[in-house]
Design a protein around this ligand. Sequence first.
Ligand code: FNR
Length: 383
Amino acid sequence: MPVITCIDDLKAIYRRRVPRMFYDYAESGSYTESTFRENSSDFARIKLRQKVAVDMTGRTTESTMIGQKVAMPVALAPVGLTGMQSADGEIKAAQAAKKFGVPFTLSTMSICSIEDVAAATQHPFWFQLYVMRDQEFLEAIIERAKRANCSALVLTLDLQILGQRHKDLKNGLSAPPKLTLPVMMDLATKWRWGLEMLQTKRRFFGNIVGHAKGVGDTSSLSSWTAEQFDPQLDWNKIARIRDLWGGKLILKGINDPDDARIAADFGADAIIVSNHGGRQLDGAASSIRMLPEIVEAVGDKVEIHLDSGIRSGQDVLKALAMGAHATYIGRAFIYGLGAMGEAGVTKALEVIRNELDITMALCGERDVRNLGRHNLMIPRDFL
Ligand code: FNR
């Protein structure tokens, strides 16, 4: 067993174990991938201020997200097709999150259904909603999330139309994969993944198959999205969803201060500053770069969360010190899941918490809630 010391170690194992089609699905951004790359490189441009001779005993990473206690302010982001990275992947990730004490967010586009995850974990999780044209389906899925006791609805606003990812089209991304010759050749070296998949019945989109109109052949995810997702989603429709849901609401995909103002006035419990991990508007600024403007606009009105580009505890610390109340990881936990199943998700969370804890100490901080701009040197063009 290799020694795993960082998220990149998990990524290397993940790459060897999981079919190329699903690795590429996770590890790509839209079009030229410029936003995808800048999500990481912009974190690297922020520098930490080193402090010495400060008592560093009794440190804590505990905090809250929308009033819920968390072991650290890092939730698992909604990730479609998680159950293709590892058999029953959504359940494994949800179990790891439950044991660690951080929120798990189930994607609309998951393989395990809302009911599967609720039955397996017996623990509240968050449900992420993509808004479809089909009103019956929309109402039914909100009802299913309520029945499963989901404790927050994460409404994604930045994917009513899909930003093209070249590799997904070239690979013919589908769930389960179509057994073409290149796929079978790839699977020959990834037979452990194949064996795992044969042992589960959950190989299709659990939340949508048999529900949303026209589903049956999701072989081309991009054309299916174009048919199903509601391109007319606006603030009136969002208000209707808020009323149908009636519980805690998190608006995901805000990357602009004016949108953040509307979301805050709208009464969201939190917003997620996000560019969907660089998978949507290629050329958009990284979310960490947009954060100062958004904090200035609504920092006193709404809880601000952030994702896109987080690969370490140092990145988490930088986001918190710049004014985010909490963060999410997407790919970082997927690498762990694909590499080692539930244990890999736990490992990813442990790596990030240890990095966060040690970096806090070296910055002279004992409590994650006390981090602030005094810990950072922020590039001028971010402000
Ligand atoms: C996503 N993301 C996403 N978001 C969402 O609201 N619903 C979804 O179904 C998905 N699916 C999805 C699949 C994959 C493979 C990835 C990588 C991402 C976006 C996700 O929630 C989050 O915003 C990003 O992953 C954050 O960026 P990092 O942490 O991956 O850099």
